[in-house]
Design a protein around this ligand. Structure first.
Ligand SMILES: NC(=O)C1=CN([C@@H]2O[C@H](COP(=O)(O)OP(=O)(O)OC[C@H]3O[C@@H](n4cnc5c(N)ncnc54)[C@H](OP(=O)(O)O)[C@@H]3O)[C@@H](O)[C@H]2O)[C@@H](O)CC1
Ligand SMILES: [K+]
Length: 479
Protein backbone atom coordinates (compact mmCIF):
# COMPACT_ATOMS: atom_id res chain seq x y z
CA UNK A 1 0.00 0.00 0.00
CA UNK A 2 1.33 3.44 -0.94
CA UNK A 3 1.24 6.79 0.80
CA UNK A 4 -0.04 9.60 -1.42
CA UNK A 5 0.64 13.28 -1.73
CA UNK A 6 -2.08 15.55 -3.13
CA UNK A 7 -0.20 15.69 -6.43
CA UNK A 8 0.17 11.90 -6.60
CA UNK A 9 -3.57 11.61 -5.94
CA UNK A 10 -4.33 13.98 -8.79
CA UNK A 11 -2.16 11.84 -11.09
CA UNK A 12 -3.91 8.66 -9.93
CA UNK A 13 -7.23 10.30 -10.68
CA UNK A 14 -5.99 11.22 -14.16
CA UNK A 15 -4.69 7.72 -14.74
CA UNK A 16 -8.04 6.20 -13.77
CA UNK A 17 -9.76 8.42 -16.32
CA UNK A 18 -7.16 7.58 -18.97
CA UNK A 19 -7.73 3.88 -18.57
CA UNK A 20 -11.44 4.46 -18.97
CA UNK A 21 -12.84 4.58 -15.45
CA UNK A 22 -15.52 7.31 -15.20
CA UNK A 23 -14.56 9.98 -12.66
CA UNK A 24 -18.24 10.57 -11.86
CA UNK A 25 -18.43 6.99 -10.62
CA UNK A 26 -15.46 7.63 -8.31
CA UNK A 27 -17.18 10.70 -6.89
CA UNK A 28 -20.50 8.94 -6.41
CA UNK A 29 -18.84 6.01 -4.67
CA UNK A 30 -16.84 8.45 -2.53
CA UNK A 31 -20.05 10.22 -1.51
CA UNK A 32 -21.83 6.96 -0.73
CA UNK A 33 -18.93 5.67 1.37
CA UNK A 34 -18.66 8.92 3.30
CA UNK A 35 -22.43 8.92 3.93
CA UNK A 36 -22.36 5.35 5.16
CA UNK A 37 -19.40 5.93 7.48
CA UNK A 38 -21.07 9.03 8.92
CA UNK A 39 -24.36 7.26 9.57
CA UNK A 40 -22.60 4.30 11.14
CA UNK A 41 -20.70 6.58 13.50
CA UNK A 42 -23.66 8.89 14.22
CA UNK A 43 -26.94 7.02 13.67
CA UNK A 44 -30.27 8.87 13.96
CA UNK A 45 -28.81 12.38 13.93
CA UNK A 46 -29.73 15.26 11.66
CA UNK A 47 -26.88 15.80 9.21
CA UNK A 48 -25.69 19.14 7.87
CA UNK A 49 -23.44 18.97 4.81
CA UNK A 50 -21.12 21.89 4.03
CA UNK A 51 -19.85 21.82 0.43
CA UNK A 52 -17.11 23.76 -1.35
CA UNK A 53 -17.12 24.37 -5.08
CA UNK A 54 -14.46 21.78 -6.00
CA UNK A 55 -14.58 18.00 -6.15
CA UNK A 56 -14.49 17.68 -2.37
CA UNK A 57 -17.76 19.59 -2.40
CA UNK A 58 -18.92 17.18 -5.12
CA UNK A 59 -18.32 14.30 -2.70
CA UNK A 60 -20.43 16.12 -0.14
CA UNK A 61 -23.28 16.65 -2.61
CA UNK A 62 -23.19 12.96 -3.53
CA UNK A 63 -23.15 11.98 0.17
CA UNK A 64 -26.18 14.23 0.81
CA UNK A 65 -28.09 12.57 -2.04
CA UNK A 66 -27.40 9.07 -0.70
CA UNK A 67 -28.46 10.05 2.80
CA UNK A 68 -31.64 11.54 1.35
CA UNK A 69 -32.26 8.33 -0.64
CA UNK A 70 -31.83 6.32 2.58
CA UNK A 71 -34.46 8.49 4.29
CA UNK A 72 -32.17 10.50 6.59
CA UNK A 73 -32.76 14.08 7.63
CA UNK A 74 -30.16 16.14 5.79
CA UNK A 75 -29.55 19.84 5.12
CA UNK A 76 -27.08 21.09 2.53
CA UNK A 77 -25.18 24.37 2.38
CA UNK A 78 -22.95 24.80 -0.66
CA UNK A 79 -20.69 27.33 -2.37
CA UNK A 80 -21.70 28.42 -5.86
CA UNK A 81 -19.85 27.60 -9.08
CA UNK A 82 -19.42 23.80 -9.27
CA UNK A 83 -18.03 22.50 -12.56
CA UNK A 84 -17.86 19.07 -14.18
CA UNK A 85 -18.59 16.11 -11.90
CA UNK A 86 -19.37 18.31 -8.90
CA UNK A 87 -21.91 20.23 -11.01
CA UNK A 88 -23.49 16.92 -12.06
CA UNK A 89 -23.73 15.95 -8.38
CA UNK A 90 -25.44 19.24 -7.59
CA UNK A 91 -28.00 18.60 -10.35
CA UNK A 92 -28.51 15.02 -9.17
CA UNK A 93 -29.17 16.25 -5.65
CA UNK A 94 -31.56 18.96 -6.84
CA UNK A 95 -33.55 16.35 -8.73
CA UNK A 96 -34.27 14.80 -5.32
CA UNK A 97 -36.02 18.07 -4.40
CA UNK A 98 -33.58 18.99 -1.68
CA UNK A 99 -33.00 22.71 -1.21
CA UNK A 100 -29.35 23.69 -1.44
CA UNK A 101 -28.77 26.80 0.67
CA UNK A 102 -25.89 29.27 0.33
CA UNK A 103 -22.88 28.43 2.49
CA UNK A 104 -23.10 31.93 4.00
CA UNK A 105 -26.47 31.00 5.60
CA UNK A 106 -25.16 28.19 7.78
CA UNK A 107 -25.46 28.62 11.55
CA UNK A 108 -24.57 25.85 14.02
CA UNK A 109 -27.61 23.95 15.28
CA UNK A 110 -27.18 21.85 18.44
CA UNK A 111 -27.52 18.10 17.96
CA UNK A 112 -26.58 18.07 14.28
CA UNK A 113 -23.59 16.26 12.79
CA UNK A 114 -21.51 18.22 10.29
CA UNK A 115 -20.14 16.74 7.12
CA UNK A 116 -17.16 18.86 6.15
CA UNK A 117 -16.88 18.71 2.34
CA UNK A 118 -15.40 22.17 1.85
CA UNK A 119 -11.87 21.36 0.67
CA UNK A 120 -9.82 18.23 0.14
CA UNK A 121 -6.56 17.64 -1.67
CA UNK A 122 -7.09 20.60 -4.01
CA UNK A 123 -6.26 23.24 -1.42
CA UNK A 124 -3.06 25.00 -2.46
CA UNK A 125 -2.90 27.86 0.02
CA UNK A 126 -4.05 28.66 3.56
CA UNK A 127 -7.70 29.57 4.01
CA UNK A 128 -8.43 33.24 4.53
CA UNK A 129 -11.39 35.54 4.99
CA UNK A 130 -14.82 33.88 4.80
CA UNK A 131 -13.46 30.30 4.72
CA UNK A 132 -11.04 30.86 7.60
CA UNK A 133 -13.94 32.29 9.63
CA UNK A 134 -16.17 29.37 8.64
CA UNK A 135 -13.56 26.87 9.84
CA UNK A 136 -13.33 28.80 13.12
CA UNK A 137 -17.11 28.65 13.47
CA UNK A 138 -17.14 24.89 12.79
CA UNK A 139 -14.45 24.26 15.39
CA UNK A 140 -16.11 26.44 18.00
CA UNK A 141 -19.56 24.92 17.41
CA UNK A 142 -18.81 21.89 19.54
CA UNK A 143 -20.66 19.78 16.96
CA UNK A 144 -19.41 16.38 15.83
CA UNK A 145 -17.58 16.72 12.53
CA UNK A 146 -16.97 14.11 9.85
CA UNK A 147 -14.48 15.18 7.18
CA UNK A 148 -14.68 14.00 3.58
CA UNK A 149 -11.15 12.97 2.59
CA UNK A 150 -9.36 15.62 4.68
CA UNK A 151 -10.35 18.10 7.37
CA UNK A 152 -10.73 21.29 5.32
CA UNK A 153 -7.77 23.63 5.53
CA UNK A 154 -5.05 20.97 5.94
CA UNK A 155 -2.10 21.02 5.53
CA UNK A 156 -2.31 24.68 6.54
CA UNK A 157 -3.69 26.63 9.48
CA UNK A 158 -6.56 27.19 10.11
CA UNK A 159 -8.14 23.82 9.49
CA UNK A 160 -11.14 21.85 10.65
CA UNK A 161 -10.68 19.62 13.71
CA UNK A 162 -12.63 16.50 12.77
CA UNK A 163 -13.87 13.62 14.92
CA UNK A 164 -13.84 11.23 11.98
CA UNK A 165 -12.14 11.50 8.59
CA UNK A 166 -13.07 9.26 5.69
CA UNK A 167 -9.96 9.05 3.52
CA UNK A 168 -10.88 8.43 -0.10
CA UNK A 169 -9.09 5.89 -2.29
CA UNK A 170 -5.77 6.13 -0.39
CA UNK A 171 -4.15 7.57 2.71
CA UNK A 172 -2.48 10.94 2.19
CA UNK A 173 0.42 12.44 4.15
CA UNK A 174 -1.98 14.26 6.49
CA UNK A 175 -3.61 10.97 7.53
CA UNK A 176 -0.28 9.58 8.62
CA UNK A 177 2.04 12.31 9.90
CA UNK A 178 1.53 14.27 13.09
CA UNK A 179 0.47 16.95 13.87
CA UNK A 180 -1.98 16.86 10.93
CA UNK A 181 -3.12 13.34 11.73
CA UNK A 182 -4.44 14.59 15.07
CA UNK A 183 -6.86 16.94 13.23
CA UNK A 184 -8.39 13.93 11.44
CA UNK A 185 -9.76 12.26 14.58
CA UNK A 186 -10.53 8.63 13.84
CA UNK A 187 -9.51 7.71 10.30
CA UNK A 188 -11.33 5.32 7.97
CA UNK A 189 -9.97 4.46 4.54
CA UNK A 190 -12.75 4.08 1.97
CA UNK A 191 -12.17 2.07 -1.16
CA UNK A 192 -13.97 3.92 -3.96
CA UNK A 193 -13.44 1.59 -6.90
CA UNK A 194 -10.28 3.20 -8.22
CA UNK A 195 -8.64 0.71 -10.62
CA UNK A 196 -5.62 -0.79 -8.78
CA UNK A 197 -3.37 0.15 -11.69
CA UNK A 198 -4.07 3.83 -11.02
CA UNK A 199 -2.96 3.47 -7.39
CA UNK A 200 0.15 1.38 -8.06
CA UNK A 201 2.92 3.92 -7.98
CA UNK A 202 6.16 2.30 -6.81
CA UNK A 203 7.87 5.66 -6.49
CA UNK A 204 5.65 6.60 -3.52
CA UNK A 205 6.52 5.61 0.06
CA UNK A 206 5.26 2.23 1.20
CA UNK A 207 2.82 2.25 4.12
CA UNK A 208 3.54 -0.66 6.41
CA UNK A 209 0.54 -2.97 6.56
CA UNK A 210 0.02 -6.15 8.58
CA UNK A 211 -0.33 -8.16 5.35
CA UNK A 212 3.07 -7.06 4.03
CA UNK A 213 4.81 -7.46 7.38
CA UNK A 214 3.28 -10.83 8.14
CA UNK A 215 5.14 -12.24 5.15
CA UNK A 216 8.49 -11.14 6.62
CA UNK A 217 8.22 -12.95 9.96
CA UNK A 218 11.12 -15.42 10.09
CA UNK A 219 9.73 -18.96 10.30
CA UNK A 220 10.51 -20.95 13.45
CA UNK A 221 11.51 -24.36 12.12
CA UNK A 222 10.37 -27.51 13.93
CA UNK A 223 13.99 -28.34 14.71
CA UNK A 224 14.77 -24.84 15.96
CA UNK A 225 17.53 -24.49 18.54
CA UNK A 226 19.19 -21.46 20.01
CA UNK A 227 21.97 -21.62 17.46
CA UNK A 228 19.87 -21.52 14.29
CA UNK A 229 17.25 -18.81 14.87
CA UNK A 230 19.59 -15.86 15.21
CA UNK A 231 22.21 -14.87 17.79
CA UNK A 232 22.68 -11.22 18.65
CA UNK A 233 25.65 -9.40 20.13
CA UNK A 234 24.64 -6.26 22.03
CA UNK A 235 27.52 -3.83 22.50
CA UNK A 236 27.12 -0.80 24.74
CA UNK A 237 26.93 0.56 28.26
CA UNK A 238 28.97 3.03 30.25
CA UNK A 239 29.28 3.58 34.01
CA UNK A 240 26.43 6.11 33.92
CA UNK A 241 24.27 4.26 31.34
CA UNK A 242 23.84 0.70 32.45
CA UNK A 243 20.23 0.06 31.51
CA UNK A 244 20.38 0.61 27.76
CA UNK A 245 22.24 -2.55 26.67
CA UNK A 246 20.22 -4.66 29.11
CA UNK A 247 16.97 -3.39 27.54
CA UNK A 248 18.27 -4.15 24.03
CA UNK A 249 19.16 -7.66 25.14
CA UNK A 250 15.72 -8.32 26.63
CA UNK A 251 14.09 -6.97 23.47
CA UNK A 252 16.25 -9.14 21.20
CA UNK A 253 15.15 -12.23 23.09
CA UNK A 254 11.51 -11.09 23.10
CA UNK A 255 11.72 -10.60 19.33
CA UNK A 256 12.81 -14.19 18.89
CA UNK A 257 16.62 -14.27 19.09
CA UNK A 258 18.04 -17.65 20.07
CA UNK A 259 20.98 -16.31 22.03
CA UNK A 260 22.00 -12.83 23.14
CA UNK A 261 25.45 -11.81 24.33
CA UNK A 262 25.95 -8.46 26.03
CA UNK A 263 29.38 -6.86 25.80
CA UNK A 264 29.92 -3.93 28.18
CA UNK A 265 32.80 -2.16 29.93
CA UNK A 266 33.74 -4.14 33.02
CA UNK A 267 33.69 -0.97 35.11
CA UNK A 268 30.01 -0.42 34.21
CA UNK A 269 27.48 -2.15 36.44
CA UNK A 270 25.43 -3.49 33.54
CA UNK A 271 23.02 -6.22 34.58
CA UNK A 272 22.06 -8.19 31.47
CA UNK A 273 19.01 -10.46 31.65
CA UNK A 274 19.66 -13.85 33.26
CA UNK A 275 19.31 -15.54 29.88
CA UNK A 276 22.10 -13.52 28.25
CA UNK A 277 25.79 -14.33 27.95
CA UNK A 278 27.88 -11.71 29.75
CA UNK A 279 30.96 -10.33 28.11
CA UNK A 280 32.55 -7.66 30.30
CA UNK A 281 35.46 -6.06 28.45
CA UNK A 282 38.53 -4.23 29.75
CA UNK A 283 38.50 -1.91 26.74
CA UNK A 284 36.75 -1.94 23.35
CA UNK A 285 38.68 -4.11 20.90
CA UNK A 286 38.00 -6.62 18.19
CA UNK A 287 39.78 -9.31 20.21
CA UNK A 288 37.54 -8.69 23.22
CA UNK A 289 34.38 -9.14 21.13
CA UNK A 290 35.56 -12.09 19.09
CA UNK A 291 34.45 -14.83 21.54
CA UNK A 292 30.80 -13.79 21.10
CA UNK A 293 28.72 -16.14 18.99
CA UNK A 294 26.52 -13.94 16.81
CA UNK A 295 25.07 -13.41 13.36
CA UNK A 296 24.36 -9.69 13.94
CA UNK A 297 25.38 -6.86 16.23
CA UNK A 298 23.58 -3.89 17.79
CA UNK A 299 26.02 -1.28 19.05
CA UNK A 300 25.94 2.13 20.71
CA UNK A 301 23.12 1.89 23.27
CA UNK A 302 24.24 3.71 26.40
CA UNK A 303 27.87 3.62 25.21
CA UNK A 304 28.33 7.32 26.05
CA UNK A 305 31.64 8.81 24.97
CA UNK A 306 33.04 5.35 24.15
CA UNK A 307 30.46 4.75 21.40
CA UNK A 308 32.87 5.44 18.55
CA UNK A 309 35.48 3.07 19.96
CA UNK A 310 32.90 0.36 20.56
CA UNK A 311 31.69 0.65 16.97
CA UNK A 312 35.27 0.42 15.68
CA UNK A 313 35.71 -2.86 17.50
CA UNK A 314 32.43 -4.11 16.00
CA UNK A 315 33.44 -3.06 12.49
CA UNK A 316 36.15 -5.71 12.40
CA UNK A 317 33.62 -8.47 13.11
CA UNK A 318 32.16 -7.79 9.66
CA UNK A 319 28.64 -8.84 10.75
CA UNK A 320 25.36 -7.12 9.81
CA UNK A 321 25.21 -4.25 12.29
CA UNK A 322 22.75 -1.81 13.79
CA UNK A 323 24.31 1.49 14.84
CA UNK A 324 22.35 3.39 17.46
CA UNK A 325 22.72 6.31 19.84
CA UNK A 326 26.36 6.87 20.78
CA UNK A 327 27.62 4.96 17.74
CA UNK A 328 25.93 7.40 15.37
CA UNK A 329 28.79 9.50 14.06
CA UNK A 330 29.36 10.38 10.40
CA UNK A 331 32.81 8.76 10.25
CA UNK A 332 31.52 5.59 11.90
CA UNK A 333 28.56 5.23 9.55
CA UNK A 334 30.82 5.89 6.56
CA UNK A 335 33.28 3.22 7.72
CA UNK A 336 30.56 0.58 7.99
CA UNK A 337 29.11 1.43 4.58
CA UNK A 338 32.63 1.59 3.09
CA UNK A 339 33.41 -1.89 4.43
CA UNK A 340 30.31 -3.24 2.67
CA UNK A 341 28.71 -4.28 5.96
CA UNK A 342 24.89 -4.48 5.88
CA UNK A 343 24.13 -1.57 8.21
CA UNK A 344 21.02 -0.12 9.82
CA UNK A 345 21.16 3.22 11.62
CA UNK A 346 18.40 4.27 14.02
CA UNK A 347 18.67 8.02 14.68
CA UNK A 348 16.06 10.19 16.37
CA UNK A 349 15.65 13.64 14.79
CA UNK A 350 18.46 15.10 16.93
CA UNK A 351 20.92 12.40 15.90
CA UNK A 352 19.78 12.63 12.27
CA UNK A 353 20.38 16.39 12.39
CA UNK A 354 23.91 15.76 13.65
CA UNK A 355 24.56 13.41 10.71
CA UNK A 356 22.99 15.82 8.22
CA UNK A 357 24.43 18.95 9.82
CA UNK A 358 20.98 20.47 10.04
CA UNK A 359 18.60 21.01 12.97
CA UNK A 360 16.31 18.55 14.73
CA UNK A 361 13.42 20.86 13.89
CA UNK A 362 14.18 20.72 10.16
CA UNK A 363 14.41 16.93 10.30
CA UNK A 364 11.13 16.62 12.19
CA UNK A 365 9.38 18.93 9.73
CA UNK A 366 10.41 16.92 6.67
CA UNK A 367 11.12 13.37 7.89
CA UNK A 368 10.68 11.70 4.49
CA UNK A 369 13.24 13.97 2.89
CA UNK A 370 15.63 13.68 5.84
CA UNK A 371 15.49 9.88 5.84
CA UNK A 372 15.93 9.71 2.08
CA UNK A 373 18.91 12.08 2.19
CA UNK A 374 20.57 10.14 5.01
CA UNK A 375 20.17 6.86 3.12
CA UNK A 376 21.62 8.39 -0.03
CA UNK A 377 24.49 10.17 1.67
CA UNK A 378 25.64 7.24 3.80
CA UNK A 379 24.46 4.29 1.67
CA UNK A 380 22.93 2.49 4.68
CA UNK A 381 19.41 1.57 5.81
CA UNK A 382 17.93 4.42 7.84
CA UNK A 383 15.32 4.18 10.58
CA UNK A 384 14.39 7.76 11.42
CA UNK A 385 12.40 7.62 14.63
CA UNK A 386 9.38 9.89 14.99
CA UNK A 387 5.63 10.16 14.72
CA UNK A 388 5.64 8.05 12.62
CA UNK A 389 9.02 6.40 12.05
CA UNK A 390 10.32 6.48 8.48
CA UNK A 391 12.58 3.82 6.94
CA UNK A 392 14.76 4.63 3.92
CA UNK A 393 17.16 2.66 1.80
CA UNK A 394 18.60 3.26 -1.64
CA UNK A 395 15.82 5.47 -3.04
CA UNK A 396 12.91 3.67 -1.39
CA UNK A 397 10.91 4.81 1.60
CA UNK A 398 8.53 3.14 4.04
CA UNK A 399 6.39 4.74 6.74
CA UNK A 400 5.36 2.94 9.91
CA UNK A 401 1.70 2.73 10.88
CA UNK A 402 1.96 1.41 14.44
CA UNK A 403 3.02 3.12 17.65
CA UNK A 404 1.64 5.89 19.83
CA UNK A 405 2.78 8.90 21.87
CA UNK A 406 2.85 6.90 25.12
CA UNK A 407 6.02 5.35 23.72
CA UNK A 408 7.90 8.63 24.14
CA UNK A 409 9.91 7.46 27.16
CA UNK A 410 13.49 6.51 27.98
CA UNK A 411 14.69 3.13 26.77
CA UNK A 412 12.18 2.68 23.91
CA UNK A 413 14.96 3.22 21.37
CA UNK A 414 17.15 0.61 23.08
CA UNK A 415 14.29 -1.86 22.79
CA UNK A 416 13.92 -1.08 19.08
CA UNK A 417 17.64 -1.73 18.54
CA UNK A 418 17.33 -5.15 20.13
CA UNK A 419 14.29 -6.02 18.00
CA UNK A 420 15.90 -5.04 14.70
CA UNK A 421 19.13 -6.75 15.82
CA UNK A 422 17.19 -9.98 16.35
CA UNK A 423 15.73 -9.84 12.84
CA UNK A 424 19.12 -9.09 11.29
CA UNK A 425 20.49 -12.11 13.17
CA UNK A 426 17.60 -14.24 11.88
CA UNK A 427 18.88 -13.54 8.38
CA UNK A 428 16.55 -10.76 7.23
CA UNK A 429 17.99 -8.13 4.89
CA UNK A 430 18.41 -4.71 6.55
CA UNK A 431 15.36 -3.28 4.71
CA UNK A 432 13.14 -6.13 5.93
CA UNK A 433 14.62 -6.29 9.44
CA UNK A 434 14.12 -2.55 9.85
CA UNK A 435 10.52 -2.52 8.58
CA UNK A 436 9.47 -5.58 10.57
CA UNK A 437 11.29 -4.40 13.70
CA UNK A 438 9.78 -0.93 13.63
CA UNK A 439 6.29 -2.28 12.95
CA UNK A 440 6.40 -4.90 15.70
CA UNK A 441 7.88 -2.46 18.22
CA UNK A 442 5.01 -0.04 17.52
CA UNK A 443 2.45 -2.83 17.63
CA UNK A 444 3.67 -3.90 21.08
CA UNK A 445 3.34 -0.26 22.12
CA UNK A 446 -0.22 -0.21 20.79
CA UNK A 447 -1.12 -3.33 22.78
CA UNK A 448 -0.24 -1.42 25.96
CA UNK A 449 -0.98 2.14 24.76
CA UNK A 450 -1.07 3.89 28.10
CA UNK A 451 0.99 6.82 29.26
CA UNK A 452 3.37 5.60 31.93
CA UNK A 453 4.26 2.29 30.29
CA UNK A 454 7.94 1.43 30.52
CA UNK A 455 10.34 0.28 27.84
CA UNK A 456 10.83 -3.17 29.40
CA UNK A 457 7.04 -3.60 29.56
CA UNK A 458 6.87 -2.91 25.84
CA UNK A 459 9.60 -5.49 25.30
CA UNK A 460 7.52 -7.98 27.29
CA UNK A 461 4.54 -7.32 24.95
CA UNK A 462 6.57 -8.20 21.84
CA UNK A 463 5.70 -11.94 21.80
CA UNK A 464 1.98 -11.09 21.92
CA UNK A 465 2.41 -8.55 19.12
CA UNK A 466 4.26 -11.11 17.06
CA UNK A 467 1.58 -13.71 17.66
CA UNK A 468 -1.17 -11.30 16.57
CA UNK A 469 0.76 -10.42 13.43
CA UNK A 470 1.42 -14.10 12.66
CA UNK A 471 -2.26 -14.99 13.14
CA UNK A 472 -3.57 -12.14 11.00
CA UNK A 473 -5.33 -10.45 13.92
CA UNK A 474 -3.93 -6.94 13.52
CA UNK A 475 -6.34 -4.22 12.42
CA UNK A 476 -4.61 -1.16 11.01
CA UNK A 477 -5.73 2.16 12.42
CA UNK A 478 -7.65 3.13 9.27
CA UNK A 479 -10.05 0.15 9.50
N1 LIG B 1 -8.47 12.12 -6.48
C1 LIG B 1 -9.47 11.27 -6.63
O1 LIG B 1 -9.26 10.20 -7.06
C2 LIG B 1 -10.82 11.64 -6.23
C3 LIG B 1 -11.04 12.84 -5.58
N2 LIG B 1 -12.19 13.17 -5.05
C4 LIG B 1 -12.34 14.35 -4.25
O2 LIG B 1 -11.81 15.47 -4.86
C5 LIG B 1 -11.04 16.21 -3.93
C6 LIG B 1 -10.10 17.07 -4.65
O3 LIG B 1 -10.87 17.92 -5.43
P1 LIG B 1 -10.31 19.22 -6.12
O4 LIG B 1 -9.03 18.92 -6.76
O5 LIG B 1 -11.39 19.76 -6.96
O6 LIG B 1 -10.00 20.15 -4.90
P2 LIG B 1 -10.86 20.62 -3.63
O7 LIG B 1 -10.16 20.07 -2.44
O8 LIG B 1 -12.28 20.35 -3.77
O9 LIG B 1 -10.62 22.18 -3.61
C7 LIG B 1 -10.49 22.84 -4.82
C8 LIG B 1 -11.32 24.08 -4.81
O10 LIG B 1 -10.92 24.88 -3.77
C9 LIG B 1 -10.52 26.17 -4.25
N3 LIG B 1 -9.44 26.62 -3.41
C10 LIG B 1 -8.20 26.14 -3.29
N4 LIG B 1 -7.55 26.77 -2.31
C11 LIG B 1 -8.41 27.68 -1.80
C12 LIG B 1 -8.33 28.65 -0.75
N5 LIG B 1 -7.24 28.78 -0.01
N6 LIG B 1 -9.40 29.42 -0.50
C13 LIG B 1 -10.52 29.28 -1.21
N7 LIG B 1 -10.64 28.38 -2.22
C14 LIG B 1 -9.61 27.60 -2.49
C15 LIG B 1 -10.15 25.95 -5.66
O11 LIG B 1 -10.35 27.13 -6.34
P3 LIG B 1 -9.16 27.89 -7.11
O12 LIG B 1 -7.85 27.63 -6.40
O13 LIG B 1 -9.19 27.30 -8.45
O14 LIG B 1 -9.56 29.28 -6.99
C16 LIG B 1 -11.13 24.85 -6.07
O15 LIG B 1 -12.37 25.41 -6.41
C17 LIG B 1 -10.46 15.16 -3.05
O16 LIG B 1 -10.01 15.63 -1.82
C18 LIG B 1 -11.65 14.23 -2.91
O17 LIG B 1 -12.50 14.71 -1.90
C19 LIG B 1 -13.34 12.28 -5.18
O18 LIG B 1 -14.40 13.00 -5.68
C20 LIG B 1 -13.20 11.07 -6.00
C21 LIG B 1 -11.92 10.72 -6.54
K1 LIG C 1 -13.08 18.11 3.63
Amino acid sequence: MRLFTAEAMRLADQKATQIGYPSLLLMDTAGRKVARALLQAYPNRRVVVLCGKGNNGGDGLAAARWMRVWGCEVEVYAAEGQQGDAKAMRQALESHKLTIRPLTDWQPTPGTVLLDALFGTGLNRPLQGFYADLVGKINQSGLSVVAADLPSGLPYVPHVEADLTVALAALKLEHVFYPHRAACGKILLAEIGMPPEALADESLPELLTPQALHALLPPRPGNAHKGNVGRVLVVGGYPSYTGAPALSAIAAYRAGAGLVTVAYPQEAAVVPPLEAVRLPVAGWSHAALKPAKAEAVAVGMGAGPSGKEAAKAVLELGLPTLLDADALHSETVEEFAGAGIPTVITPHPGEAARLLQSSAQEVAQAPLEAARTLAERFAVTVVLKGGPTVIAENGRLAVNTTGNPAMATGGMGDVLSGVIGAFLAAGLAPWDAARLGVYLHGLAGDLLARVGMLAHELADALPQARKQLAQGQVRPYWH
